[in-house]
Design a protein around this ligand. Structure first.
Ligand code: APR
Length: 232
């Protein structure tokens, strides 16, 4: 793997999706512990479902921004030599044209049946407890990795990091593990692109500050102009 990119909420901020750790410590008006844990779901499934239904519906009101588009351009040039690992549950990477996106925290556009264990592409609400298209049970939950649950596909991510030439972290505060540790697992050069220095900024060989819609296209131009397939 030549390049591994990790993205967080900051890359989608300029598309209009709020980040998790805004100044007031709330996420869309909620304490994350009241909507993003298995315990919260057990206590009040309707509240949690409504919260994610709103997040899912909000996806249709936002568009990918220049940072998502730049990463899709990089994939078009590098193919298998790029892996985008995202903590985001939105679908803005895919809508920008990226196809190799690894959602370690799950996806809003997926519903998981806790009865038959099948996952289904999902665009509508879940709060009204629709039946699972597979087994018919009314046991669909958001396919989101909540606090205390195990992120998806870490074996794939670990292998990619161990062999990468470059690891780039974009728009993440570095507050949540295991993603915050990726910089330590990466074999290659490390770069952070973030609005402000993240908690782990000093662990990176280089840290650049600014909005993702500016920093990411500039970095992609650098990669493609420096030994990339588009360089002459
Ligand atoms: N461009 C670049 N970076 C930005 C921008 C922007 N326009 N706007 C905000 N940022 C940065 C912030 O400075 C912050 O460091 O993005 C980061 C967002 O951090 P968080 O809100 O903590 O989001 P993230 O790191 O993705 O959270 C990780 O925490 O709650 C869990 O599962 C949830 O996936 C999430 C995880």
């Amino acid at each position: 793997m030549r390049i591994v990119v990790l993205t967080g909420a900051g890359i989608s901020a300029e598309s209009g999706l709020s980040t998790f750790r805004d100044a007031d410590g709330l996420w869309e008006g909620h304490d994350p512990m009241q909507v993003a844990t298995p315990e919260a779901y057990d206590d009040d499934p309707a509240l949690v479902q409504r919260f994610y239904d709103e997040r899912r519906a909000a996806l249709s009101r936002v568009e990918p921004n220049a940072a998502h588009v730049a990463l899709a351009r990089l994939e078009a040039a590098l193919g298998d030599d790029l892996l985008v690992v995202t903590q985001n549950v939105d679908d803005l990477h895919e809508r920008a044209g990226s196809t190799r996106v690894h959602h370690i925290h799950g996806s809003l556009r997926s519903a998981w049946c806790t009865s038959c264990d099948e996952r289904h592409l999902w665009d509508g609400p879940l709060a009204d407890r629709p039946p699972c298209p597979g087994c018919g049970d009314r046991a669909l939950r958001p396919d989101i990795v909540w606090f205390g649950e195990v992120p998806y596909g870490m074996d794939v991510v670990e292998r990619a990091l161990w062999s990468c030439e470059q690891f780039v972290s974009i728009g993440t505060s570095g507050a949540v593990y295991p993603a915050a540790a990726f910089v330590h697992w990466a074999s290659g050069r490390t770069l952070e692109l973030n609005l402000e220095p993240s908690m782990g900024a000093s662990d990176f060989a280089e840290s650049r500050q600014g909005p993702a819609t500016h920093l990411v296209p500039v970095w992609v131009d650098e990669v493609l102009g420096d030994g990339g397939p588009n360089s002459s």
